[in-house]
Design a protein around this ligand. Structure first.
Ligand SMILES: NC(=O)c1ccc[n+]([C@@H]2O[C@H](COP(=O)([O-])OP(=O)(O)OC[C@H]3O[C@@H](n4cnc5c(N)ncnc54)[C@H](OP(=O)(O)O)[C@@H]3O)[C@@H](O)[C@H]2O)c1
Length: 241
C-alpha cells in the first residue's frame, strides 16, 4: 500500500509518501480503509511516534492517529483515536483494535469526523471522568475557543452546566453560538475579579492562568488541567480543600 512514513525524528521533511507493507493484524484488530486522517499538533515530537512501549525504535512509522474509514470486513464507516505506539492512518489502510472504533456520526463527513477524536475525547474525559461535572454546576473553561475548549463548552452545556469561558474577543461570537453563558476577554479582563465559587475549572492554558484559578473555586471544587500534557503523562487533577 501507499503510506506517509517517518524515517527519523524531525519535522515534515522526514515524512515520505512511499510504498509500505500491508498491515499485519494482531488479535482483536480489524483492517480499515482510510478515508480521512488527522495529524495532531506535536505528534512529530512525541517519543511514541518513533519508539514502541519498551523504548525500542519502530521507524519507519506512520503518523496520523485520528481517522475515519471503512472496516474492510463489514463495510461500516467508523472513526477512532488509535494508540500512539502503533502505526497511524496516513496510509491506504490501518490495522486497529476493533474496541477503539466507533460508528461515524451521520451528521459529519469523513474529514470532519477525523478531526474529532483526540480533542473530543480529551474534553469528555476532563469533564466527566476527572471533574465529574454535574448538571447545574458552574464551570470555568480557559482557552474555550481552542481545539479542546470548543468541545468542552458544548459538552458542558449539553450536560446542563453553567458555562463561563475565557477567550480572545475575536472568538466571543463563536463561543456564544456554542452555548457559553458568560465570556471573559482574557486579554483585557482578569477572570478572578469576575468569577467566584465555581465547581470546576477546566484549564487548557496552564502557567499563570492556572495559578490564578485556585481562588475562583468553591471549597471542594475541582481543577483539571490539560495544558502542556505530554503523551503518557497523567493530567494534573486537584481539588481545592
Ligand atoms: N488538542 C488536543 O487534542 C489536546 C489533547 C490533550 C492535551 N492538549 C493540550 O491542551 C492545551 C490546549 O490545546 P488546544 O489544542 O485546545 O489549543 P489551541 O487550539 O491552540 O487553542 C488555544 C486557545 O486558547 C486561547 N488562549 C491563549 N491564551 C489564553 C489565555 N491566557 N486565556 C484564555 N484563552 C487563551 C487561544 O486564543 P488566541 O487566539 O488568543 O491565541 C486559543 O483560542 C495544550 O497545552 C495542548 O497541548 C490538547
Amino acid at each position: 500500500m501507499k503510506a506517509i512514513r517517518l524515517h527519523a525524528q524531525g519535522g515534515p521533511e522526514q515524512a515520505f509518501y512511499e510504498d509500505a507493507p500491508n498491515p499485519t493484524l494482531l488479535e482483536g484488530d480489524v483492517l480499515v480503509r482510510v478515508l480521512a486522517v488527522s495529524t495532531t499538533r506535536g505528534e512529530l515530537d512525541w517519543p511514541p511516534t518513533y519508539n514502541d512501549q519498551n523504548g525500542n525504535p519502530r521507524t519507519p512509522s506512520i503518523p496520523g492517529h485520528e481517522f475515519c474509514g471503512i472496516v474492510e470486513s463489514t463495510g461500516e464507516t467508523v472513526y477512532a483515536l488509535t494508540s500512539f505506539f502503533r502505526n497511524g492512518a496516513a496510509a491506504e489502510y490501518i490495522e486497529v483494535r476493533a474496541a477503539d472504533l466507533a460508528p461515524k456520526p451521520l451528521t459529519l463527513d469523513a474529514v470532519q469526523a477525523a478531526a474529532v477524536p483526540l480533542a473530543g475525547l480529551t474534553a469528555w474525559q476532563a469533564l466527566f471522568d476527572h471533574a465529574n461535572l454535574l448538571p447545574g454546576q458552574t464551570i470555568l473553561i480557559h482557552g474555550a475557543a481552542g481545539g479542546v475548549g470548543t468541545f468542552a463548552v458544548q459538552l458542558a452545556k449539553w450536560n446542563g452546566a453553567h458555562v463561563i469561558a475565557t477567550a480572545n474577543a475575536k472568538d466571543h461570537e463563536l463561543l456564544t453560538s456554542l452555548g457559553a453563558d458568560q465570556i471573559i476577554d482574557y486579554k483585557t479582563q482578569r477572570f478572578e475579579e469576575l468569577v467566584h465559587d465555581v465547581d470546576v475549572v477546566l484549564d487548557c492554558i496552564g502557567g499563570d492562568t492556572q495559578d490564578r484559578s485556585w481562588q475562583v473555586l468553591k471549597r471542594g471544587g475541582v481543577l483539571v488541567s490539560i495544558a502542556g500534557e505530554s503523551i503518557g503523562q497523567p493530567s494534573p487533577i486537584q481539588s481545592y480543600p
